[in-house]
Design a protein around this ligand. Sequence first.
Ligand SMILES: C[S@@+](CC[C@H](N)C(=O)[O-])C[C@H]1O[C@@H](n2cnc3c(N)ncnc32)[C@H](O)[C@@H]1O
Length: 562
Amino acid sequence: MVLNPVISKLAGKLVVLASASPRRLEILRNAGLRFEVVPSWFKETLDKRLFKAPHEYAVETAKQKALEVARRMPLKHLKTPDVVIGADTIVTVDGIILEKPVDKHDAYRMLSSLSGKEHSVFTGVAIVLCHEKENEVDYQLIDFYEETKVKFADLSEDMLWEYINSGEPMCVRKNVNSETHRVRAIDRSLRDVFINVFCKQEQITVLWCISGLLDMLYTSFVVTRSLFLSQALFTASKLRVFDLLHTNAELDVEQVAQEIKASVRGTRCLLEACVSLGLLKTKEKSSRPVYRNTDLATRFLCSDAHFSLHGYIQYCNDVVWPLFSLLESAVLEGSSQREKLQESQSAAYNSQEVRLRFMSAMHCTARIGATAVAVAFDLSSYKTACDLGGCTGAVANELVKAHPELSVSVFDLPAVVELSEHFHPQHADNRVSFQAGDFFKDELPKADLYILVRVLHDLTDEKLHVLLSKVADACTPGCGLLLGEIFLEENRSGPSLGLLQALSMSEGKQRSATEYSQLLKNYGFITAHVKHTNGLLGAMLCIKGRLFLHLIMATMKSLHLQ
Ligand SMILES: C[S@@+](CC[C@H](N)C(=O)[O-])C[C@H]1O[C@@H](n2cnc3c(N)ncnc32)[C@H](O)[C@@H]1O
């Protein structure tokens, strides 16, 4: 067996196959490998036109599938795999990738085009090695592909239709079923809905996988319940139920009610709802039920947990939820409702506590979304970077981890920098520093790479102009600009996270990658590379140039680096 020499090295390691394909499963089993199967949720939506050769598309899809599972498992399955294997197979004829047939006629058109001809079947394989240290996971990627040339005999009409009527060519149907099954599995475990709402962009995946009216009705039912779920979660989190049960495991209803200063009846309802959501566990003690946190609550809901979402949940409860309750007025008036809320709560809006809560929300979500931006491109030609509006330094921390030569200065308002030490990790080196200032008024720190993550979408056109003019002035030709934003699809049909977020935005607007590219071009930045990630944020690397020749050379150099 080819794998014999390495099988013993894999003993005790968690090897995961990111595919539900029975054939891949069989191949690995026959090779003597012990593994778990966790099918990837990555949607095969990469733009095929962006790949020079078809196998590059298959390899990239395999990579994204494996990475999606590697990133999801620590959050959802509460365990980090050692090795994740992803694969993707495509069929090409004359260099063109064949899509899955949409119906029988499409299947007939495709299969008859293969009749009597040679075509290629490419399988891209990606192996992700996960290394966990200090609660963070590093990913190392190995990939390759195989090409199999297949020559079809002349296929008779009867043979073609027999095959088509067997349903096998329409593997889309199989996918729909498995997706539907997944949506139902999500409902069975509302814990998963929690993960979907708060941990990643997978809420959108839930919406993506709607197929047909039945699933739509079903999903709206799940989504409606997730509204109730989020309110239960907000309340339990605000009343610090999870912190209380972290320090005092196994309290009964009366004890919890007394500690959180709430009614016994209301507390009982809340605790029982949390048990049903998989956030608390209960057991009988002296014939009374007592409560304790589940692993999920300990990991994500206690305020001092490394992956705590406490700050983000509080922010959603106190700021985002009230904004959404004014949504009807926002739509009727066409303006942000933020000012109205600020008027009624002006004291609270200016308090340090509120600022800290906002920073904590940014910090939690940056930890989830920033890695994809930090690792999107080779930045080895840059030595100094300035993260404009870098808040707690969460993005900067990810950048220095991914790029050992880079030092990052975080530039943010004085009130934010003052509070940033609440979030500083204990760094061995000092490659992340903080500088207070106003990016609309003050001189920007010198750097050869400027970073703008989740900043531009929230600015009016006038403010955008001021900020981008200043960045352009600070950049010498060859300087880079790294952008991290949700990129809308070109026809603005998604992702829904971006479009829903726009409903509560104060001044700016969400854009597609092309729109960002056009905008930055007006300030002398040429887009060198765009990465549509499967996480919260897309990434774009632009190069500043003045002379035409320099622009071309910088762009080519950067393209070559990818
Ligand atoms: C939405 S947050 C994004 C934070 C961070 N880039 C991230 O993605 O986690 C916007 C940041 O821009 C900062 N900011 C807003 N106006 C600013 C200004 N005039 N000068 C400097 N920073 C500013 C805010 O304080 C906040 O930290």
